[in-house]
Design a protein around this ligand. Structure first.
Ligand SMILES: *[C@@H]1O[C@H](CO)[C@@H](O)[C@H](O)[C@H]1NC(C)=O
Ligand SMILES: *[C@@H]1O[C@H](CO)[C@@H](O)[C@H](O)[C@H]1NC(C)=O
Ligand SMILES: *[C@@H]1O[C@H](CO)[C@@H](O)[C@H](O)[C@H]1NC(C)=O
Ligand SMILES: *[C@@H]1O[C@H](CO)[C@@H](O)[C@H](O)[C@H]1NC(C)=O
Length: 496
């Protein structure tokens, strides 16, 4: 199937491979209260939102400057987070500022029946693969006041349960995936079922999914790891009944994989012996797998004692990285900097031979628990992501990128990375300019002032926090949209 779940350090196994305050609709709870009392306003809001969205896109295109990295970044984010976001657009349109009289007039036009007070959400992870994606999902979903979350997960790995517990949020689980839906007919049927490795889960729990589809009470949230796999005929036919029923959302892990998936789905119609009545356009979202971790308490003087360090991610593979060059550069840094510089190699495989002159400064970090892994990352001053293939810039989302933001450590990133992972702000990275290699950038990082390093790290932390806050808000809105589609008569799809 193209999935590989090898043993190794945390990074390797993670193989998926300022927001303004919204006064009216802070949470799903608020949204549903509004929904119950205001009926069709939601629907109107979404339609209005789509119109505003289109206008905003044109406005953006008309005035966008040259295709600099930051404008491309913004364009990506606008596409996946803003203009598809009915609530944002509706707020900008001023629809939330209407008077009560306006609202009453609108109520009569639509009906939402039996909207549940509590939204039942189940996360189902059928493979042991993506603890950190699970963590981000648990954090965003269990933060919704009206959600009753149950997590079905194979054994948590590498102490990931400690990360989950530290959220201090209420949810049930982890329960074994085999217990999902149980054998007891009184089992709660979720309103939303999140398949955390959707590509595999579809094949692993086909009977249960078929039963849920038949009942028509559950909306599927399909977490996409391999955007290209959705071009396969097998997967298309697996997912088609859900797409036909309008009961599925695809959540991708980065804007670039959303774009790839969107193009893949747009091509679905072209080679199908049973053509679609309408070109399929299921909602595609960008859910960046970032969640809070408790930062280790390192004092300034401890930090000074430890000297400067950076981390390289990836297999210890001489074909992937030129270790001779790497150790030479490290030797030069040590000679020039006259201070303690160390390098952490986060990966697995056969360790390369380390020359004597740098031996005391090279650390092989393998098989760390999540807690130790993030603690180590948060101590270093730069992370070199080392993508194993160019696919991480179009169809797959690297886990190193969110990991560095979670730890609050700047990545060494070039403009292609920033364009693909558009949620990473330029100020959060050590930018690799054209013509530079990673070690040129490490050299600049070492030469930077302590204050500059601190500012970058702070920016990365703030960047992560903005995403975490945005995740909670967006997930609330996405669930709200799904609920409207399930419970409100004649509701239009948000992407019309
Ligand atoms: C929450 O979900 C669990 C199933 O995991 C169910 O047993 C429980 O009754 C639900 N609670 C509420 C308040 O809906
Ligand atoms: C269409 O799908 C079939 C399998 O169903 C495949 O063999 C064929 O190569 C596809 N054609 C194109 C043009 O992709
Ligand atoms: C971190 O360390 C400082 C100084 O040792 C201490 O005052 C502070 O309470 C610690 N904070 C936490 C969260 O442990
Ligand atoms: C240099 O830093 C490393 C890792 O922080 C530490 O283990 C080592 O003792 C330090 N060496 C010196 C000479 O300070």
């Amino acid at each position: 199937m193209g999935f590989s779940f090898r043993k190794g350090s945390v990074m390797e196994r993670m193989g998926y491979s300022d927001e303004t305050k919204f006064h009216q609709i802070e949470s799903l709870g608020g949204a549903l209260d509004a929904l119950r009392t205001k009926g069709s306003r939601m629907k109107q809001k979404i339609i209005a939102g789509s119109i505003v969205s289109v206008l905003l896109v044109f406005a953006f295109l008309a005035f966008s400057p040259d295709t600099t990295t930051s404008s491309l970044r913004q364009e990506q984010l606008n596409k996946w987070w803003k203009t598809h976001d009915g609530t944002d657009a509706a707020i900008e349109n001023g629809i939330w500022n209407k008077t009560p009289e306006d609202q009453e007039a609108e109520v009569a036009q639509g009906t939402c029946d039996n909207v549940p007070e509590i939204i039942q959400v189940a996360i189902l992870e059928t493979v042991r693969a993506h603890d950190e994606v699970d963590a981000a999902l648990v954090h965003s979903l269990a933060s919704q006041p009206n959600v009753n979350l149950t997590l079905y997960q194979q054994e948590p790995r590498f102490g990931s349960e400690k990360i989950f517990h530290a959220f201090g949020l209420d949810y049930a689980g982890p329960l074994h995936p085999d217990d999902f839906m149980g054998t007891d007919k009184h089992t709660t049927i979720p309103d939303f079922l999140v398949l955390t490795t959707c590509e595999l889960a579809l094949r692993q729990a086909p009977k249960r999914l078929e039963a849920l589809l038949e009942q028509g009470k559950t909306r599927l949230i399909c977490i996409v790891h391999h955007s290209d796999h959705w071009a396969e005929e097998q997967r298309k036919s697996d997912i088609r009944p859900w797409v036909d029923a309008g009961m599925i959302d695809f959540w991708t892990l980065s804007p670039h994989t959303a774009t790839f998936l969107s193009n893949t789905i747009a091509a679905w119609d072209s080679n199908d012996s049973q053509p679609w009545d309408n070109p399929p356009s299921p909602p595609i979202r960008v859910f960046v797998p970032i969640f809070p971790v408790v930062a280790p308490n390192i004092t300034i003087s401890e930090k000074a004692m430890q000297g400067l360090s950076f981390a390289m991610q990836g297999d210890y593979d001489p074909h992937r990285r030129d270790y001779k060059h790497i150790f030479e550069r490290l030797g030069n840094f040590l000679a020039e900097a006259e201070r303690n510089v160390s390098m952490h190699l986060l990966g697995q495989g056969n360790r390369p031979e380390v020359p004597e002159n740098v031996k005391a400064h090279v650390f092989f970090d393998q098989g760390l628990s999540y807690t130790d892994f993030y603690a180590l990352l948060s101590k270093v001053s730069a992370v070199l992501p080392g993508f194993a293939s160019p696919e991480y810039l179009d169809r797959k989302a690297s886990s190193s990128v969110p990991a560095s933001l979670i730890a609050g450590t700047p990545l060494v990133a070039d403009r292609r990375l920033l364009e693909a992972y558009a949620y990473v702000e330029e100020e959060s990275v050590w930018l690799q300019e054209d013509g530079e290699n990673e070690f040129d950038v490490v050299g600049r990082m070492l030469a930077a002032s302590a204050k500059e390093r601190e500012q970058k790290s702070q920016h990365a932390k703030d960047n992560a926090q903005r995403i975490i806050d945005g995740n909670v808000r967006r997930v609330g809105e996405w669930l709200e949209t799904g609920i409207i589609q399930m419970y409100c008569a004649g509701s239009e799809g948000e992407d019309d």
